[in-house]
Design a protein around this ligand. Structure first.
Ligand code: WT7
Length: 635
């Protein structure tokens, strides 16, 4: 295993060079550290036109087996999952590799007993309990395809996702605890499932013990089912390119897309990047604060760490409860060595001052990480100075749901760190910056569109049920390249800085939301004629949501109307999508062909009305003044 770890600048340079000159040889070396059920015939076959990308063809392998079984002999008693409950006074959990293996095998048998076979889709709507990790691993053990839906999404969003991939079963809990709130998870599932026709069973884990309705013939209790099965469950041999999971994410248009990741390539990439980006060593305790409902949780709470035989910590609660020192209390309690979190969490904790930090030592930390959105200079410095004590390398990791694993990031103590720069591509990653005509930008400091020239093992393979959309979204903007949707630039040492999305995707607290999806939700309100949503800079969330709405009638109470819009969005998507600012407008600026000029709306939302540009070509130029007059300025 040692030779796949990058320990020096020379290692990095050698690995990078090999990954470009001999990509197949480079990735095979990593793949060969796994237990294969059947060796692969060919490392890579690809083209970016269709696109058609295949890694490790002919090989058969199982994810759960490589996460668990192969550690049963070497480290059965090492803690695999540590779990810190919402309430710090409640008991925590530590499951060893042996115990996790036992639970996964049993739950895999529960799935089978409830009619799940290889290739079936399993929807998972659960809060951050350790059984959530068991659920993922049990699916992959038997070759069922999981589709985790973040348990903050609404019943409608859940139903849409279940329907898109015809899930046969839903795994959930009675309720959940988040800070001082208790959430009716099962109620949301009942409402969601009522809008679907493919779901045959719902398996319910007890968490809050509150009374819930169990639907006869459909709903069963997790614990009861576990009693009925044994722990003997051989891992299913999966073809390298068999789908591993689906994860829905927002795009600039239409409904969320079901990003499909396949088995072997995803394993190779998450394992390799976990080891190197976090410089994980044997006795370390690693903590990623994301929710498993997002790709960060899939790749860097569950799969990457367990493939590497690590101890991974899961936290059920929120950073600010019981107080703003909770994260730091957890770091000290478990002596966390690597902490991976999001800029939005850092900014909200920063706003609470240094007192909650000063109560803790944080001495165990060796590496600190950031993911999900650009980290601004102030947050970077605060995180580095007060949490990393100036001594822990801060890895600003850039990647996307579609990438499966980190693509651009510093390697601690090996490559450079530069505030606000994701810095260098990891070995195997070949970025290129293009101008809007598709010409390469080589000049330093010149902004362009971030693309990839060559596939890495965990690249998205398709969008569930819609390969045309896969091609159109990522491979049609520039022929022969994967287009990320982000703008970026390089400094004179070739280090990358990510600027942000160039499409109609808003990044709110690290959560991706499409403007079209937000507008569709707002338009569900009966009084809304038309709406336009844009992002604006927000101190804590990174970006906030600004909604311009044309109503059918005069609004008597603006506040009551805004509350209703918020409620509509909460119902359609979930609380994370509620607009920060709602402005009722008499019209929207449109081009002569009827397209909304979002550029102008964005400027107004940013409070930057001095540079609105030429509005004379608009169909309705006067509307701009009306909107500006009534705008809620944020700056
Ligand atoms: C978008 C992907 C997979 C990470 C979790 C979010 C933005 C992500 C960074 C970073 C600047 C970043 C990009 C990207 N993003 N990491 N380190 N610096 N921007 O995954 O929901 O698929 O969102 O998040 O805009 O395109 P996601």
């Amino acid at each position: 295993m040692e030779d796949i770890r990058i320990k020096s600048k020379a290692d990095y340079q050698a690995a990078y060079q090999e990954s470009v000159d001999h990509p197949e040889q480079f990735w095979a070396k990593i793949a060969d550290t796994f237990d294969w059920k059947k060796p692969y015939d060919k490392v890579l076959e690809w083209e970016f036109e269709t696109p058609d990308i295949k890694w490790f063809q002919g090989g058969q392998i199982n994810m759960a087996e490589n996460c668990l079984d192969r550690y049963l002999e070497t480290q059965p008693d090492k803690t695999a999952i540590l779990w810190e409950p919402n309430d710090p006074n409640d008991d925590n959990i530590a499951w060893s590799y042996k115990e996790l293996h036992h639970r996964v095998c049993k739950f895999a048998n529960v799935l089978k007993a409830n009619g799940i076979e290889k290739g079936d889709r399993v929807c998972i709507y659960m809060p951050m309990v350790p059984h959530l990790a068991v659920a993922l691993l049990a699916c992959t053990r038997i070759g069922a395809i999981h589709s985790v839906v973040f348990a903050g999404f609404s019943a409608q969003s859940l139903a849409d996702r279940i329907n898109d991939s015809s899930c046969k079963i839903v795994l959930t809990t009675d309720g959940s605890f988040r800070g001082n709130k208790e959430i009716d998870i099962k109620g949301i599932v009942d409402e969601g499932v009522s809008k679907t026709s493919s779901v045959e069973k719902v398996i319910v884990l007890k968490r809050t013990e509150k009374f819930i309705n169990m639907k006869e013939g459909r709903d069963v209790w997790w614990d009861d089912e576990m009693e009925k099965v044994d722990a003997n469950c051989p891992a299913e041999p999966m073809d390298a390119e068999d789908p591993l999971f689906i994860l829905y994410t927002s795009g600039s248009t239409g409904k969320p897309k079901g990003v499909v990741h396949t088995t072997a390539g995803y394993m190779v990439s998450t394992y390799y990047t976990f080891l190197n980006v976090f410089q994980y060593e044997d006795e370390d305790v690693y903590w990623c604060t994301a929710d498993i409902g997002w790709i960060t949780g899939h790749s860097y709470i569950v799969y990457g760490p367990l493939l590497a035989g690590a101890t991974t910590l899961m936290f059920e609660g929120i950073p600010t409860w019981p107080d703003a020192g909770r994260f730091w209390a957890i770091v000290d309690k478990y002596q966390v060595n690597q902490l991976y979190t999001a800029p939005t969490a850092i900014r909200s904790l920063m706003a609470n001052g240094l007192e909650p930090v000063a109560r803790y030592s944080l001495n165990s930390l060796k590496v600190i990480g950031s993911v999900g959105e650009p980290i601004n200079e102030e947050a970077w410095k605060w995180y580095h100075t007060y949490i990393g004590k100036g001594k822990c390398p801060l890895v600003d990791t850039w990647w996307q749901t579609e990438n499966g694993s980190i693509l651009i990031s510093p390697i601690p103590h090996v490559t450079d760190i530069r505030p606000m720069y994701a810095t260098n591509p990891l070995p195997g990653v070949q970025p290129i910056i293009l101008d809007k005509d598709g010409n390469e930008i080589t000049e330093p400091h010149e902004e362009g569109l971030l693309c990839m020239k060559f596939p890495w093992p965990s690249i998205v393979r398709t969008l569930y049920g819609d390969h045309d959309r896969m091609r159109n979204t990522y491979f049609s903007t520039f022929k022969g390249y994967y287009f990320s949707g982000d703008a970026a630039k390089r400094d004179n040492k070739g280090r990358y800085r990510i600027i942000g999305r160039v499409d109609d995707v808003i990044n709110v607290s690290g959560h991706r939301l499409g403007t079209a999806e937000l507008e569709d939700a707002i338009n569900e309100h009966p009084w809304v004629v038309e709406s336009a949503v844009v992002g604006f800079p927000h101190d804590i969330k990174g970006q906030g949501i600004y909604a311009y709405i044309i109503t059918e009638r005069d609004i008597d109470s603006q506040q009551a109307f805004k509350d209703e819009i918020n409620e509509t969005v909460r119902k359609e998507i979930g609380p994370i999508a509620k607009p920060d600012i709602i402005q009722v407008v008499p019209g929207l600026p449109k081009t002569r062909s009827g397209k909304i000029m979002r550029r102008i709306l964005r400027k107004i939302a940013e409070g930057d009305i001095s540079t609105l540009g030429d509005t004379s070509t608009l169909l309705n130029p006067d509307i701009v003044d009306d909107i500006v007059e009534e705008a809620t300025t944020v700056n």
